[in-house]
Write a protein of this length. Structure first.
Length: 317
């Protein structure tokens, strides 16, 4: 009975909502191949809000999965979580220029529109929100969020622009979609902490859900940038997970982790990592530095370069 009722409500919502496009009108940078799925998508805030308003009128809840595309199984698991927890799942695909520095890979970041839609069709995504750049940042846009707290240190020592760009676009996504929940992977753990802090501080009316990192069979965290790795680099990449796991084991025993961190950095260098941005044990909630003897929950976080690819990873202690 409950299932039939939900199907009836969903049918009414589809009839009352504006019709989202399927397969056509891909981004200029996307593939020009014929579309491979019928997942609906929209490009304007006006249409997005009309569709979501129709769902709301039908009494349905909405989950949002923010992405930059180039989807993999880790992203798909976030969509599955959204579908389990909400009636509707929206996936945003927007390569956000505000979080890239001039010397970073904005122009070459993988854009795999057709493949993304095909994958999203397999997990029941209800709508893709994929605005053009001028829809997200129109002429005259001149506002940015500058987070502090969890945003200070670690990533910002090397990418000082990053969390301002992330916080700004996520705040916009939240006010555009107006979801009940938004799901983020724990692989980008500092980002997750920053977004939770922003939602709390600005009284934004949604819940942020963190999802466990999805890994390859050998332990490497799934990432859109893993495709940059050569076969030789891919074989070495798993070392970063092994190193942070060994640091976490030492921290869990209450040991002074300075020696094991130093050994871990050496191990990464010996494996072929050309540069290690950080390898640290931090407070799991605030990301502040802490003593090994602290009773607070801890997190081990690392970022390091293998060839031209920057890998990040983290594990709980």
């Amino acid at each position: 009975m409950a299932k039939a009722t939900r199907e009836t409500v969903a049918s009414k919502a589809r009839k009352s909502a504006p019709k989202a496009r399927t397969g056509a009108g891909k981004p200029a940078a996307a593939s020009r191949r014929a579309p491979t799925s019928a997942v609906p998508f929209t490009r304007t805030v006006r249409d997005l809000r009309q569709i979501v308003a129709a769902w709301r009128k039908a009494g349905q809840s909405v989950g949002l999965v923010p992405t930059m595309g180039a989807l993999h199984d880790g992203h798909l698991e976030l969509v599955r979580i959204a579908k389990r927890r909400c009636d509707r799942a929206v996936v945003s695909i927007f390569v956000n220029p505000a979080q890239f520095a001039p010397n970073e890979d904005f122009d070459t970041y993988p854009r795999t529109w057709d493949n993304d839609l095909a994958q999203l069709a397999t997990v029941g995504c209800d709508l893709v929100w994929s605005p053009e750049r001028l829809e997200m940042y129109p002429e005259g846009f001149d506002t940015r969020i500058e987070p502090k707290g969890a945003a200070l240190g670690l990533e910002t020592e090397f990418r000082p622009h990053f969390f301002s760009g992330v916080a700004t676009v996520c705040c916009k996504l939240f006010t555009q979609v107006l979801p009940d929940i938004a799901i983020f992977g724990e692989k980008d753990y500092q980002q997750l902490c920053v977004i939770r802090q922003m939602v709390r501080d600005l009284d934004l009316p949604l819940q942020i859900v963190g999802a466990e990192t999805i890994r390859e069979a050998d332990g490497l965290a799934m990432s859109s940038r893993n495709r940059y790795l050569t076969p030789d680099e891919r074989a070495k990449a798993v070392t970063i997970h092994r190193v942070i796991s060994s640091v976490a084991t030492a921290a869990a025993k209450g040991q002074d982790t300075s020696a094991v961190v130093a050994a871990g950095r050496k191990r990464l260098t010996q494996a072929g990592f050309a540069k290690i941005d950080y390898l640290e044990v931090r407070d799991a909630q605030t990301l502040a530095p802490l003593e090994a003897s602290s009773p607070r929950e801890k997190r081990v976080l690392a970022a390091a370069w293998l060839g031209q690819t920057r890998l990040i990873d983290n594990v709980a202690v």
